[in-house]
Unconditional design. Structure first.
Length: 357
């Protein structure tokens, strides 16, 4: 069966008036070929799909990259690719401009001459925005593992525990249950530090009667999940309850109204307008959400500048927050799939304000 992703790329190559596409981004190589090695590039032409790698990975590539010609390169991959371009009489080559450094571009320019190098305009990333059923199944498993991790860690959150020890326990649990790693550096931010949107775990001890924000995810079968919950260790004050209820209301409003056909900016407004109405707009400084998949941050974005239109199969986070310096902050985040009529929520951890005595 033809690789549907390659078929769609060939259409994009032809539309750009090019002869071939060179894929060097590791995530994109994996997306197209299934190859998980750390060294390799895919060359797509009108009549051939090849994976170029070195001797360390040729056997692995042959097993994983079904339907691709496996080409072993020597000391310089560019020399091998140049030969392949000559074989195909290529005149114009699309390259991944967001992945190629200027130094690498100059080397390609010299090696591939007289082939003209053109920017690919993110053609693979555009394909990746819409997930197929296989990808959605893996993303659901990754989300399920994040939910199980949250349930597990509740028993460890207590005064005197350090943020770092909590993060370590979470990461060990995810790895023990199938994750290759965490999706990103686990955020455990307690007390005043919970006002730091990206407060990566520190040596601070968790105090009594303070917020603890947990933002984490499982990197599972090549895909990422991303979950945030905020709890109180001890008793919640009226201020804790106030800002928590606002963030929860804002997030629920977005979950109830997010749908295909909206722009990312319109999706962002679903949470931002509510938080602003309560007078906390200046304390919500990041976007409402972002795409997830092979990477933890992908297109589309739910943000003030998000102009992409949401479509079925896209997977995004919904994660409004309020961050009050000197007091603390709240973020609540779920992973959702855009469907034909609305969304399907992948994560299911409870969202009522949890107070841990």
């Amino acid at each position: 069966m033809p690789n549907s992703r390659v078929v769609r790329l060939r259409e994009a190559i032809a539309a750009a008036g090019a002869s071939a596409l060179l894929v060097t981004n590791r995530r994109n190589v994996r997306y197209l070929t299934g190859f998980t090695g750390t060294s390799g590039a895919a060359l797509i032409t009108a009549d051939q799909a090849a994976l170029v790698t070195d001797f360390r990975y040729t056997e692995q590539a042959a097993q994983q990259a079904q339907g691709f010609r496996i080409v072993k390169h020597g000391a310089d991959m560019n020399v091998t690719i140049a030969e392949m371009l000559r074989e195909r009489n290529a005149e114009r080559l699309l390259i991944e401009e967001q992945d190629v450094t200027y130094a690498a571009y100059r080397k390609m320019e010299d090696a591939f001459r007289p082939v003209e190098l053109l920017p690919s305009d993110g053609v693979v990333e555009k394909l990746r925005m819409t997930k197929d059923e296989g990808e959605l199944a893996i993303l659901q498993e990754a989300a399920d593992l994040a939910d199980r991790t949250f349930e597990h860690i509740l028993g460890y959150l207590k005064p005197g525990a350090t943020e770092r020890s909590i993060a370590l326990e979470m990461e060990m649990f995810m790895r023990a249950h199938g994750a290759a790693s965490s999706s990103f550096d686990t955020i455990v931010a307690s007390g005043e530090r919970s006002a730091l949107p990206h407060g990566v775990a520190s040596d601070k001890e968790i105090g009594r009667n303070e917020f603890v924000t947990l933002d984490f995810g499982a990197y599972y079968k090549g895909y990422c999940s991303d979950l945030t919950r905020t709890v109180v260790v001890g008793k919640a004050s009226d201020k804790h309850k106030e800002i928590y209820s606002i963030v929860r209301e804002a997030q629920q409003h977005a979950l109830d109204h997010l749908r295909p056909g909206m722009t990312g900016k319109e999706g962002d407004a679903l949470t931002r307008d509510i938080i602003t109405r309560y007078g906390y707009g200046e304390y919500f400084g990041h976007g409402t959400g972002h795409g997830i998949g092979l990477e933890i941050h992908e297109a589309p974005r739910l943000s003030l500048t998000g102009d992409l239109v949401l479509a079925p199969g896209m997977v995004v986070t919904v994660e409004p927050g309020i961050y009050l310096p000197g007091f603390g902050g709240v973020r609540i985040e779920d992973d959702v799939v855009i469907t034909d009529r609305g969304i399907r929520i992948l994560t299911s951890s409870p969202k009522q304000l949890i107070e841990l005595d």
